[in-house]
Design a binder for this molecule. Structure first.
Ligand code: ADP
Ligand code: MG
Length: 689
């Protein structure tokens, strides 16, 4: 290594500056501060790690049962211990030549030759070489970067004078003390020292489980930056201008007509969220609201109400969905509901022919289209709205971060901003809502339309699929329809397609008198639509599908779903898929077929799905399992995620930090700014997406 801490191997870990290094936290620690005698080590019950030392009295390459290196050491008390390596380099043999004094660290076990350590950590040192006074950190690393290299680099980085300057304290101490009474939170620099090199007297347990005050400091710093950034975004939003609509439906407008024509009454929950939304729309700044409601809770009609309200106020409205199938569903449904009222709807997706696309763009630009429905083609170049006043983003977490930023930019470009309503069936757990979604108002539809019956979920071994087919026929005989979902094959689209095609063929062969359709992602959108339409109209009785049907598809007559190899799907996917049934008044069943070997995690997942239909509970489990990155659909921005805090466990810390950021922003705005740029730099943008 050269003197520079940012030499190339560390680049592989993304550690380019002293600060990067200082924030690369140990994953565990080793205690090399104590030395035991060999007698103590072999007298224990085994399985414990000891550090002992002694002279090499034997070194041999043995061939029984396979080639291995055997070394024996003896300490001052005359006690002996074997060290054994199953693979080794000549350099190791040299390092441990006869008579060398070794300090070794490892687990003691009973071996073939006697007490031994297998693959211990070895250092050749003199018997009186000082022991470290701090615990030795172990870091996560990648091939080609050894612990030694990384330890040295980080030890150096935290002593770097530049780091001391750049991490100079500026958060007002009394503010921190007031926010965290009774917890003596160290300075950032001192916290980093503690975490990288805890001394013997530090409480190792709380350092390991990340509850030590030093950890609190680091967690607090990062969370604070995030909270500041979100609050700034909020303040910016409140200063922006949007069309202020009336807080009640306009008399004689399309909204009023629509409400009268609705074939059902809104549920109490729908009425409540609609009130929240119409209040938001009456403000002069843009709404930023998330509408959460479990699958089937009736979010679409709420989106329609708000869109019509905007149209009544001379604005255009847009509904954007993450997949073509879902957008198409909205389009059909809303066309049916709204065209009779004279609302002009434009349809725009990536798969339109050039000419159709141009026509749609013209309708959007001239304002002749009142409502625009489509995929993210809506936010692509060439699409200019005459007067966009309200936008719905359905299943918003399914859009990538890039698309969300694109949308944000599109909205930021104009003078009068549009009101935004995000919709999601994947409930966002409270901790996440408080962190990543802090600039969102949240409305929740917490009841399903009347008459729905809970879905019965059954776990069935794949071997018993024959019985499943029997149950399926019974369902068809009642005039019901069935989804048959093909296994997810992560690695390969082609393979998934193949399975779908084969499953379809097998079912067609087995059930010659049943009308069976197939839908998958590779179909042209026209073909996809025509299959979906046949299923909607009942011409197809069984729809074999890949996960393209995961979100939003709405066929109330479908009352049975079979999911093959359910163990390959995640919580959210299964919940979403299952939500395709149970939409009508018939009792619905979801059968989760599973293969032979279930991992523990898969078993727990399927069991949870069987036991509950509560989307919030399922989302919590999902969060615990996968971490927030995936749940938010922003895997790509992994490095913008909170690195140091377990959101599930630390809700109180989020609350405290929120208070702190409010206090900081109002009393010390420059410090807030300083803090933000230290922690986020260019990542700030991602956090808002
Ligand atoms: P999601 O929230 O999953 O998007 P949808 O908006 O697709 O749910 O609604 C599911 C089904 O329930 C649709 O067929 C819709 O027309 C119907 N629906 C919505 N609200 C009500 C209601 N208040 N009463 C009866 N049916 C309703
Ligand atoms: Mg929906």
């Amino acid at each position: 290594m050269t003197g520079k801490s940012n030499s190339s191997p560390l680049d592989k870990l993304g550690l380019r500056s002293s600060l990067d290094c200082a924030l690369h936290m140990p994953i565990r620690y080793e205690d090399e501060t104590k030395l035991s005698t060999i007698a103590e080590a072999i007298g224990s019950f085994g399985g414990l790690t000891y550090q002992v030392q002694g002279y090499v009295i034997r070194q041999e390459v043995m061939f029984r049962p396979r080639r291995q290196l055997l070394v024996q050491i003896r300490d001052d008390d005359g006690q002996e211990l074997f060290l054994r390596w199953l693979n080794f380099y000549p350099s190791q043999q040299k390092q441990m030549s006869m008579g060398t004094h070794l300090r070794v660290r490892g687990e003691v076990r009973d071996g073939y030759y006697g007490p031994e350590m297998v693959h211990p950590v070895v250092k050749a040192v003199t018997p009186d070489a000082p022991l470290p006074s701090t615990l030795t950190p172990t870091y996560s690393t990648v091939a080609g970067v050894s612990q030694t290299v990384i330890r040295k680099a980080i030890a150096k980085a935290i002593q770097d004078p530049d780091l001391q300057t750049s991490l100079k304290e500026f958060l007002p101490n009394e503010l921190i003390a007031k926010t965290f009474p009774g917890l003596s939170i160290p300075t950032l620099i001192s916290a980093l020292h503690t975490l990288h090199q805890p001394s013997k007297s530090d409480d190792l347990e709380s350092i390991q489980n990340r509850t030590h005050p030093a950890w609190r400091r680091v967690q607090l710093e990062e969370l604070l930056a995030q909270q500041i950034s979100l609050q700034q975004a909020r303040q910016k939003r409140l200063k922006r201008q949007a069309v202020s609509m009336s807080s009640v439906p306009l008399e004689g407008g399309v909204l009023s007509q629509f409400i009268k024509s609705l074939p059902f009454d809104l549920t109490e929950a729908q009425k409540k969220v609609w009130q929240e939304i119409i209040q938001d729309l009456s403000r002069a700044y843009p709404m930023n609201r998330l509408l959460q409601g479990d699958v089937g809770s009736g979010k679409t009609v709420i989106a329609a109400l708000a869109a019509l309200h905007a149209i009544d106020h001379g604005c255009q409205a847009a509904i954007m969905a993450p997949t073509e199938i879902l957008a198409e569903q909205h389009y059909r449904k809303l066309k049916l509901w709204l065209e009779p009222l004279g609302v002009k709807i434009a349809w725009l997706t990536g798969s339109l022919k050039v000419k159709e696309k141009r026509e749609a763009q013209e309708q959007i630009a001239s304002g002749s289209a009142h409502l625009v429905i489509g995929t993210h083609a809506l936010i692509q170049e060439g699409v200019e709205f005459a007067k966009l006043g309200f936008a719905v983003i359905d299943e918003q977490h399914r859009f990538g971060v890039k698309q969300r930023l694109q949308l944000q930019q599109k909205i930021d470009d104009v003078e009068v901003h549009c009101h935004q309503l995000m919709m999601s069936a994947t409930p966002i757990p409270r901790t996440l809502a408080m962190t990543f979604y802090a600039d969102l108002e949240v409305s929740v539809i917490d009841e399903l339309p009347p008459g729905r019956r809970p879905i019965v979920t059954k776990l069935v071994k794949n071997e018993r699929r024959q019985e499943v087919v029997g149950g399926l026929l019974a369902e068809l005989a009642k005039g019901r329809q069935v989804y048959w979902v093909c296994p997810l094959i992560e690695e390969s689209d082609t393979l998934q397609l193949k399975t779908a095609v084969e499953t379809h063929e097998a079912l067609v062969r087995a059930l010659p008198n049943v009308k069976i359709g197939l839908v998958h992602g590779r179909l042209k959108s026209q073909e996809k639509n025509s299959v979906m339409q046949s299923f909607v109209s009942g011409d197809i009785q069984i729809l074999v599908a890949t996960t393209v049907i995961e979100v939003g598809v709405d066929v109330p007559n479908a009352s049975l779903m079979v999911i093959e190899h359910a163990e390959r799907f995640g919580y959210a996917q299964l919940h979403q898929l299952r939500g395709r049934v149970g939409r009508g008044s018939a009792e619905s069943v979801c059968i989760l077929l599973y293969g032979q070997e279930l991992s523990l995690a898969a078993k727990e997942r399927l069991q949870t799905l069987k036991e509950t239909q509560d989307g919030f509970l399922i989302a919590e489990r999902d969060l615990a399992l996968r971490g927030p990155g995936e749940l938010l659909g922003s895997k790509q921005s992994g490095d913008a995620m909170l690195r140091f805090i377990d959101l599930q466990k630390e809700q109180w810390l989020i609350e405290k930090t929120q208070q702190l950021s409010v206090a900081l922003l109002s009393n010390y705005p420059e410090i807030a700014e300083q803090h933000l740029s230290r922690w986020l730099g260019s990542r700030a943008e991602y956090l808002k997406a």
